[in-house]
Design a protein around this ligand. Structure first.
Ligand code: FRU
Length: 496
């Protein structure tokens, strides 16, 4: 039974979507069908297709009572919208269906697990928000909420856990046919932790243990946890709120954190921590295990603090990042754009051993939907250059740049001149590895974003930019002598 609230949302999105033409959207990044999008939800492979749900307010391009939007794809790049999957229409989710995940049940149905939000008035007159985990089961289009929701509430929490910050369940199948689920949480001081629950059937759940704890290291509340094995290691990904900066590794505000470790008799032992993305706009990522064994991650290509920076009157707001293949090399998380993107490549333009010392433009290297690979070497080994930069989304008024200072080992993304009229951050830096000024960059540009993969995905920096479309030049700058190989492809996602 589809509720009236969901029926209304479906009707609205179907009509309102017509005002948004293909040209108004990113070329190959997912944007909401209409209205507002935040976190990826329920990223899964079901009945032969990738399913991606998202935090969704169809009715305006601002965050409000959360629904789940829904899209499917065969290649993670061409997305087809399906009707909204969840709406706030039951007692325990009447104030929002917050983030969650999806799994295929043994009987072939797809199960969604999400956070139901309910605002209540306390007897002392104050308000509070309860967050509890709920289920919905369906066929890939329509989902029925489980009659016994919620399946996890405050009675399942360990001592000291907040019942107001208890959200974003990520479910996974275990080898013995049972299920595990990690949920974001914090203690009374809002210090983040990831809780692990277990279930024989996906419907009845029990607390197992605290999987990972912040211990006041990285921000406050930990949102949107994920937990999986990768290259023989265990990986926890969380999105902490209210981070303090730490050197070049962690930035202020909402961040994404990766803990890499191993299992010691049922205990997760941390070995290494790092940022997942060193740019401005990347948050709340979620992974899926693809049928071919790849662990693929997608994030919300936005940052809560910089939302006001964007055009106020657009009929949609929010984008997903490019899906990224994950691996661990030398103990670090590496990310590469999904290989499917190679099928979008058109019009190759290649230059080798280009030597320059100031500003150059290269014939055929331009565009706003582009895959650009750059291999940079010093032109003079005795006297390594001071700075290199590539500028894009450029005309005589605007540009966004990625620069590299080999002596400091710093890569910087700077969108100050991208057309923004707001006082929000426009730059971020990352400390990278270089030997003698050699650096590899892969830059994926879409109409409203740049994703920078440094040294085969050892570091990634992501930023949105809402520069006018006419700004499509690309130029290169060097302070000192540089030798560069560069390959450019247009990225063309034809309508399927
Ligand atoms: C993260 C988040 C989640 C929550 C959702 C609400 O961006 O705050 O913790 O489920 O957004 O839309």
């Amino acid at each position: 039974m589809i509720s009236q609230v969901l029926r209304d949302a479906r009707k609205y999105e179907e009509t309102a979507q017509k005002a948004i033409t293909r040209e108004m959207r990113p070329g190959f990044h997912l944007s909401p069908r209409v209205g507002w999008m935040n976190d990826p939800n329920g990223f899964s492979f079901y009945n032969g297709k990738y399913h991606l749900f998202y935090q969704y307010n169809p009715y305006s391009s601002h965050w409000d009572t959360m629904h789940w939007g829904h899209a499917v794809s065969s290649d993670l790049l061409h997305w087809e919208y399906l009707p909204a999957a969840l709406a706030p229409d039951t007692a325990c989710d009447r104030d929002g269906c917050f983030s969650g995940s999806a799994i295929t049940l043994p009987d072939g149905r797809q199960m969604l697990i999400y956070t139901g939000v309910e605002k209540i008035n306390l007897s002392d007159g104050s308000d509070c928000v309860l967050q509890r985990q709920c289920l919905a089961v369906g066929d890939g289009v329509d989902y029925e909420k489980y009659g016994e929701n919620p399946v996890l509430d405050e009675s399942s929490l360990p001592q000291g856990s907040s019942k107001y910050d208890f959200r974003d369940p990520k479910i996974f199948a275990r080898a013995d046919g049972s299920y595990g689920c990690v949920v974001g949480n914090c203690d009374g001081d809002r210090d983040g932790r990831v809780l692990l629950f277990g279930s024989p059937d996906g419907f009845s759940w029990e607390f197992e243990r605290i999987l990972a704890e912040n211990k006041k290291r990285f921000g406050k509340m930990w949102e949107c946890p994920d937990f999986f094995e990768l290259n023989g290691k265990q990986v926890v990904i969380v999105s902490p709120q209210e981070m303090l900066p730490q050197g070049f590794e962690y930035h202020n505000g909402n961040g994404t954190l990766c803990l890499i470790g191993h299992d010691d008799g049922g205990k997760f032992v941390e070995e290494h921590n790092q940022s997942v993305d060193y740019g401005i706009d990347f948050y709340a990522p979620q992974t899926v295990l693809a049928p071919d064994g790849r662990r693929i991650m997608i994030g919300w290509m936005q940052n809560w603090d910089t939302c006001p920076a964007n055009a106020p009157n657009q009929p949609w707001f929010g984008q997903m990042s490019l899906p990224r293949e994950l691996s661990i090399k030398d103990g670090r998380l590496h990310q590469q754009p999904v290989r499917e993107i190679e099928s979008l490549r058109k019009n190759e333009v290649r230059y080798e051993n280009i030597k320059f010392t100031d500003v150059i433009k290269l014939d055929g290297i331009e565009g706003r939907k582009v895959d650009l690979e750059i291999l940079l070497r010093p032109g003079d080994m005795e006297n390594i250059y001071h700075k290199f930069a590539v500028r894009f989304a450029q005309n005589d008024k605007f540009q966004t740049s990625v620069s590299f200072r080999p002596h400091e080992r710093v890569v910087k993304i700077d969108r100050k001149f991208s057309g923004s009229r707001r006082v929000v951050i426009h730059q971020r830096r990352s400390l990278v590895r270089t030997e003698g000024g050699v650096l590899k960059l892969r830059i994926i540009l879409d109409l409203f974003s740049a994703e920078i993969f440094v040294n085969d995905g050892e570091h990634v920096l992501t930023a949105t930019m809402y520069t006018e479309r006419a700004a499509d030049e690309i130029s290169f700058f060097a302070d000192g002598a540089v030798t560069m190989d560069v390959v450019k492809y247009d990225l063309v996602a034809e309508e399927k």
